[in-house]
Design a protein around this ligand. Structure first.
Ligand code: AQP
Length: 321
């Protein structure tokens, strides 16, 4: 079984990415699990080249700093040649209707003056990511289910048309992890691409910045610390964050503070403590570009070694070369 998980450098890595995904990836991973920074996917909507490059390095460093081994992690564009080749083969296996049906394409393209063709075809590139690494399981949220289904369809169609090359992957529901909400608007999930970053805690934020963001977190006028997500979403978010940091339930976390001010302070300190070692290790890596490049090349070599036999077989069977 090979599980493949990715993170897109659409902004700085935030607390939700860490508590909801990256920490679990690092602590619960099996030897065959793979992780990648999907920088090519971040180009399907308008992007700035320098920022994309810097964010990609940052995310790669954070994955390593969180404890994911260098042989299990790579940057997508380090396999651009292999992916580009398979992507074309898969685009020629996919119908226009299948790509245009993707809900994310409709949602993210809606109301835009100009939509990149990449936004239409990125689920095909995602299929190439999955099939090239021989992933059998892809842990995804419900918004990505449809994309994994497309990868399954394309794998089966290729195998049936040209010959067996690809494992047919399955979407698996990730184990329940914390769902972190924006500190200044708990109706919204914390997200790295949010324009107003006051309510978004970034993994590389300095402790004082984290404390300030928590001090300004939105609560309510009920005035009682209890876990009631429906009526007290801001307080519930703080309790979920505190619980996730301490490994307890939000109900248990509620007994830690008797006022909102105390809860904000305790939650901030818990986050500072959890993120501290990750931030320090990531900074060390980012301050040593030669070492980071060396680790990145190592991960890319492993990923290319896994990809090459499948790519060569697919090209040969499809009539290329
Ligand atoms: N707020 C969150 N709480 C818990 N988990 C979260 N994840 C993201 N936000 C939260 C999880 O992080 C992993 C990597 O995310 P991604 O880069 O694949 O895409 P995303 O879910 O779209 O992340 P963002 O931060 O919300 O980015 P933007 O702003 O670009 O949309 C995933 O496992 C995701 O569930």
């Amino acid at each position: 079984m090979t599980r493949l998980s990715g993170i897109t450098p659409s902004g700085h890595v935030q607390l939700g990415n860490y508590l909801g995904a990256v920490r679990r990836w690092a602590t619960e991973r099996e030897p065959a699990d793979l992780f990648f920074v999907s920088d090519m996917h971040a180009m399907s909507t308008p992007h700035k080249p320098g920022r994309l490059r810097a964010l990609t390095r940052e995310q790669f460093a954070v994955l390593l700093a969180a404890g994911i081994g260098p042989e299990s992690v790579f940057v997508q564009s380090d396999l651009a040649c292999e992916l580009g080749a398979l992507n074309w083969i898969l685009e020629c296996t996919c119908s226009y209707g299948e790509a245009a049906r993707m809900i994310q394409f409709k949602e993210r393209g809606a109301g835009q003056d100009s939509v990149r063709v990449g936004l239409l075809t990125y689920p095909v590139l995602m299929a190439a990511d999955i099939l090239l690494q021989g992933a059998t399981e892809v842990p995804v949220g419900s918004d990505q289910d449809q994309h994994v289904e497309l990868a399954r369809v394309l794998a089966r169609r290729f195998n049936a048309t040209y010959g067996e090359v690809f494992a047919v992957p399955e979407a698996v529901v990730p184990k329940t992890a914390a769902r972190v909400r924006d500190l200044s608007d708990p109706a919204r999930k914390m997200a790295k691409s949010t324009q107003q970053s006051a309510g978004v805690v970034f993994v590389l934020d300095e402790p004082d910045v984290i404390r300030r963001k928590f001090r300004r977190a939105v609560t309510d006028d009920v005035g009682e610390v209890r876990y009631d997500p429906e009526n007290q979403p801001g307080v519930a978010n703080l309790l979920e964050i505190l619980g996730a940091c301490r490994g307890t339930s939000p109900y248990t976390a509620a007994s830690a503070a008797d006022s909102y001010a105390a809860l904000k302070e305790i939650a901030a300190e818990a986050v500072v403590e959890v993120l501290g070692p990750v931030r320090e290790r990531a900074r060390e890596l980012l301050d040593d570009p030669a070492e980071l490049d060396r680790i990145r090349a190592h991960g890319a070599k492993h990923a290319a070694d896994r990809a090459q036999p499948r790519l060569q077989a697919a090209m040969r069977m499809a009539g290329l070369r």
